[in-house]
Design a protein around this ligand. Structure first.
Ligand code: GTP
Ligand code: SPV
Ligand code: MN
Length: 592
């Protein structure tokens, strides 16, 4: 670990941070206080300490150099939406999309949990910056945590340590995030946000989205509130660069709900010859109007916290290369060779291994070896297709925005919005089957507008209005085109209708050619769909029936869809923007 004099330097850099650390230490009573400088040597030392302490398992240094395995408490494997709160003075400001508590009551409840909770533990001070240190659009926070696993993950996922603390001192402001794993008792687990005072309190979980406070808590819930006030957007989106065989490059952002394909699309290897995808981010995008009037997107993170199961050399070779070293694996199988394994990894399961709960496991044991929401944490800089502009302080200009979700029927493979308002309507009415990324039943259809239902820090009706307002913030022809995509259609037997993954490049190609004005489409009641010959399906061996089903309008299904959207919209009472009511009425009229 770093030496004492260095702690003194960091602690003396910013009086506000130091005073807050002191106040928290008084409440939580840690054995010691450690200020993180963010150096590589600190990262290595902390990892060594945790391995020595058996909190982390080292992996095979030949096949996974610098990598470790972590197992969480069996009850602590996903986000907990029912225990996540937005605490504003007025309940209405949190909206029907958030659980709410009055700030005073929430603080009292949380402080009672934090009292004395770090006895015998180390309190780590983690200053961090979301976005490049030199970008005017970045925002900083300090996370106080008693979890060394959180510190290691923050080191991979954010710009953390000395440089961040310097920036905080320059900015004169930071988001206060207080975190303790507590006793991991789900009865004593809460994630609370106080957007009006720029603070977060999280207790009782060590899992990613609940505990890495820079990610969903700051970069989405708190940032969405700040973004609304300041005229920008904080979104649950990947950012990618798409280069055509002719060498023309477009940047795209895409919002899909948790565990619905962002990481996979963000670094996809196109199957179509000559097309190239470069990755700028896989989970979060901060978007604003640039000087030229276009929308610019920036990834505030520096790593990927990706879903492990299903990730293979075939489905996502770039992810496999990214996590090959210096990565953290959580809740996967440990093989006898000290390698990691998970379901659909594309390599044979070990005859015998240790499952995510630390129990002996064999392929015929009748249960999954890896948790369905097991994850890898890997540095973005190791991604073979990382875009040269991924740390550009200005971000990159967007040509198109995609929405999507898991929809086994009705919703076509790709659908282009008529205009911005129709695009916002598409985003607002996103539905998807739930996944293992949050505790609760998976596979249930729910509305997840803009893939932000669990992450919008304020009333979603106001968020819809904010999205609509961008048509007034710039010239319409500068706005990105909007698309809705669905990789998850199934046939009657439950088999995927669309091969997905690298084959999604066929859809990206159509979108790119639409943006450039060269691809054909047909106007339908639900949007502009590709004409049968416009989508490149060469070499796919798809039956005509399947291809047709993917790009046809299902009027009965859509009438039901419209009814379901209407029922969802009703939750916002009188607050829903008139433009969206009109969009729904127009859709129903067009469907007849
Ligand atoms: P979060 O990190 O939770 O926000 O998720 P994400 O949106 O980044 O999801 P990710 O790309 O990790 O994908 C989650 C799951 O969807 C994995 O099991 C993938 O194998 C699967 N998946 C991704 N893309 C496709 C696709 O095109 N088709 C099919 N059938 N499955 C896909
Ligand atoms: C998600 O659930 O959308 C994730 C993983 O990206 S977490 O960081 O836990 O939110
Ligand atoms: Mn996510």
């Amino acid at each position: 670990m770093a030496t004492a004099p260095q702690h003194v330097t960091l602690a003396s850099m910013n009086r506000d941070v130091a005073a807050w650390v002191e106040e928290v230490a008084k409440l939580t009573q840690p054995q010691k206080v450690y200020w993180c400088d963010g150096s590589d040597s600190e990262f290595a030392a902390l990892k060594r300490e945790l391995v020595a302490d058996k909190q982390l398992l080292p992996l095979n240094p030949q096949s996974f150099p610098g990598c470790v395995l972590s197992r969480s408490h069996p009850s602590d494997v996903a986000r907990v939406e029912h225990l996540t709160f937005v605490c504003t003075k007025n309940k209405e400001d949190a909206g029907p999309n958030n659980h709410w508590l009055a700030p005073k009551q929430a603080h009292a409840q949380m402080d009672a949990l934090f009292a004395g909770c770090m006895q015998g533990r180390t309190l780590y001070v983690v200053p961090y910056c979301m976005g490049p240190i030199d970008s005017p659009f970045s925002r900083c926070g300090v996370e106080i945590t008693d979890s060394a696993y959180v510190v290691l993950n923050m080191q991979l996922m954010t710009r953390m340590g000395h440089a961040a603390l310097e920036r905080i001192t320059r900015d004169g402001t930071f988001v206060r995030g207080l975190h303790s794993t507590g006793d991991l008792n789900p009865e004593r687990r809460f994630i609370m946000h106080f957007p009006e005072e720029l603070s977060i309190k999280s207790f009782g979980s060590g899992y990613g989205g609940n505990a890495l406070l820079g990610k969903k808590c700051l970069a989405l819930r708190i940032a969405s509130v700040v973004a609304k006030r300041e005229g920008w957007m904080a979104e649950h989106m990947l950012i990618l660069g798409l280069t055509s065989p002719a060498g023309k490059k477009h940047y795209l952002a895409a919002a899909f709900p948790s565990a619905c394909g962002k990481t996979n699309l963000a670094m996809m290897l196109p199957t179509l010859p000559g097309w190239k995808v470069t990755c700028l981010g896989d989970d979060i995008a901060w978007i604003r109007v640039g000087k030229d009037g276009r929308l610019y997107a920036m990834n505030p993170e520096t790593g990927f916290f990706g879903v492990a199961p299903g990730t293979s050399q075939k489905s996502n070779p770039n992810a496999v290369a990214t996590f090959a070293r210096n990565s953290i694996f959580t809740n996967v199988v440990l093989t006898p060779d000290e390698d990691v394994w998970w379901e659909e990894m594309g390599v044979a399961a070990p005859a015998k291994g240790v499952d995510w709960e630390g129990k002996e496991w064999t392929p015929d044991s009748g249960r999954k070896g890896a948790h369905p929401n097991s994850r890898f944490t890997a540095p973005a800089s190791q991604c073979p297709v990382i875009d040269s502009d991924w740390q550009n302080p200005e971000g990159v200009p967007l040509s198109a925005i995609l929405f999507g979700g898991r929809r086994p029927n009705t919703i076509p493979l790709v659908n282009e919005a008529f205009d911005w308002e129709h695009g916002v309507f598409m985003g607002s009415s996103c539905g998807s089957e739930t996944t293992a990324a949050a505790l609760g039943q998976a596979g249930v259809l729910r509305r997840d507008p803009f893939a932000m239902l669990p992450f919008c820090g304020y009333n979603m009706a106001d968020y819809f209005a904010h999205w609509l307002s961008f048509a007034q913030r710039t010239e319409r022809n500068k706005l990105p085109r909007v698309y809705f995509v669905n990789w998850f259609r199934k046939d009657a037997g439950g088999k995927w209708l669309w091969p997905g993954y690298g084959e999604n490049s066929r859809v990206l190609k159509w979108i790119c050619e639409r943006v450039e004005g060269s691809a054909k489409s047909q106007r339908t009641p639900i949007g502009n769909l590709p004409t049968p010959d416009a989508l490149d399906t060469s070499g796919l061996n798809m039956s005509n029936g399947d291809a047709e089903a993917l790009t046809a309008v299902d009027p009965a299904g859509w009438k039901k869809e419209a009814e379901d959207i209407a029922a969802y919209y009703a939750k916002f009472n009188g607050k829903l923007p008139a433009a969206l009511k009109n969009q729904l009425a127009e859709l129903q009229r067009r469907l007849g």
